[in-house]
Design a protein around this ligand. Sequence first.
Ligand code: HEC
Length: 135
Amino acid sequence: MYKFSMAMVAGMALLAGVAHAAPVPALYTAQQANAGSGIYAQNCAMCHGADLQGSAAPALAGQRFAPAGGSTTLGGVFRIIARQMPASAPGSLSHAQYEDVMAYILKNNGYSAGSTPLAYSVSLTSTQPLAAQVK
Ligand code: HEC
């Protein structure tokens, strides 16, 4: 009985959370994020850290990157990546590679994968707000 009521409380808390929080959209596919992992390791990790924690360059995950209630957008981040990154060779990756690495960054910020792939041209102008779902 104790276990049951604790589950009820947890369930109600979860429902309340869902009711109040804005829905978090699915912006990429799992396949893109998986591919992005290797692309990140080869082209970004040396400056941004193996776990996106930041080192020579800023963190790409968490509240320092995309704070809750901040003004970060998908388009704003994607334009920097596609036009200025890697800082050592801007624009040197393919469109698909930029899509994949953006998907990997979204995954590491707590966004879930969905069925619609993240697309290069749409993402450049996207006003979709981004807020890290992780600390
Ligand atoms: C040679 C080092 C280097 C590499 C490699 C590199 N970056 Fe950067 N990146 C930087 C620096 C330095 C900044 C900060 C620039 C500034 O503040 O003007 C930055 C900024 C960024 C930003 C903006 C962060 C913010 O909070 O404003 C993003 C996003 C980003 N990089 C993504 C990437 C991705 C994705 C890759 C790999 C494709 C990559 N970077 C590769 C050095 C690098």
